[in-house]
Ligand binder design. Structure first.
Ligand code: 13P
Ligand code: SF4
Length: 331
């Protein structure tokens, strides 16, 4: 790009930001963005009094904020969760097409049949699921609270049916020793991180810490200095003594990691190696769909609104509220 083209594109983005800010004010709306969205959206959320957070905190923030419209920059299950917790608010997304491989890989009917085959088990689902799947669950958890909730249930002698992420399920099982039956789902982004290539990379950066989201394969988790949800990884980047980090999660999180730990260096963990190629290459293709342009269009037209059937709102809010109440009491 020529210098002139760069300047003109920067002017265009500035104008678009101002336009979205004005629309947010006009619509009495607040922006709730996930760490995996574009840095331009994360900084806009910060500048306009919204929030940038992990999926647990997004849910809480949206429920507690006074705005009448929530604009959720993330993926569909995050918009649905916001709607379930705040049914009287309008919930818009830049695009309703932004979904998640875990949600897609766990359709409500086969999941219900799976639960029906194991009626003695407590059903715990990850937040990355549809409203219909949540409605069938006893508990919803996010990655930041999964270990604590399962530990609590196992201490009461409960056996668990877990869905949909088998990697996170396996990690939680290892951490808690709970009896867990796992659904066979995976995140297409985290599943691609490669342990051998990560070991090779550690030889190149011997002083680097390794940060891993627990949706990654067990062999990758085994190499980690810290394992956790997105916000837990950001805190680890801040608190661990390392000056360099290799990070096995979506690279859009670097925006917040650099803010939290200025001066430290961050590298993407390898998603290819030994002849393997990556499809999503450490960036979620659905998170990447969120843009300033689509956000402006959604606020103008109101056509990317999340709607959840009222009976599903009632049924899915029970396990979600249970998680939020647990978080309130145990944190
Ligand atoms: P967090 O709950 O850690 O933000 O994770 C959400 C997610 O989709 C990770 O891939
Ligand atoms: Fe789903 Fe993975 Fe994208 Fe997270 S990163 S939204 S788990 S596909």
């Amino acid at each position: 790009m020529t210098a002139q083209a760069v300047t003109s594109s920067a002017h265009h983005q500035d104008a678009q930001r101002e336009h979205v800010k004005a629309l947010l004010r006009r619509e009495n709306a607040v922006l709730v963005a996930h760490y995996y969205t574009d840095a331009a959206l994360q900084s806009l959320a910060e500048e306009t009094g919204g929030c940038v957070a992990d999926s647990l905190e997004m849910a809480r923030f949206g429920r507690e904020h006074a705005a009448t419209t929530l604009v959720v920059a993330g993926v569909r299950f995050m918009g649905e969760t916001a709607k379930i917790l705040s049914p009287d608010k309008r919930v818009l997304m830049p695009t309703l097409e932004a979904t998640c491989s875990l949600d897609l890989g766990c359709p409500a009917d086969p999941f219900t049949a799976f639960c029906d085959q194991h009626p003695e088990r407590t059903v715990v689902v990850y937040a990355n699921t549809s409203a219909a799947v949540k409605a069938r669950a006893d508990w919803v958890v996010t990655s930041s609270i999964a270990v604590d909730v399962i530990e609590h249930l196992a201490a009461q002698g409960e056996t668990i049916l877990w869905a949909p992420d088998r990697y996170l399920g396996h990690y939680v099982q290892q951490q808690t020793g709970a009896d867990m039956l796992l659904w066979d789902g995976a995140c297409i982004v985290h599943e691609e991180f490669k342990a051998q290539a990560l070991l090779d990379m550690r030889h190149v950066y011997p002083g680097a810490g390794i940060l891993v989201h627990p949706e990654s394969p067990a062999a990758v988790i085994a190499l980690a200095d810290a394992v956790g949800s997105t916000s837990q990884l950001i805190r680890a980047a801040q608190n661990l003594p390392h000056q360099q980090f290799i990070v096995a999660t979506d690279k859009a999180i670097f925006y917040k990691m650099r803010q939290a730990a200025p001066g430290k260096e961050f590298f993407e963990a390898p998603t290819a190696g030994a002849g393997a190629t990556c499809r999503s290459c450490a960036h979620c293709p659905w998170m990447a769909m969120n843009s300033l342009e689509l956000m402006a269009r959604s606020l103008e037209n109101g056509d990317q609104e999340i709607c959840v059937e009222p009976d599903l709102v009632i049924a899915a809010s029970r396990p979600l509220q249970r998680m939020l109440e647990f978080a309130r009491q145990h944190r």
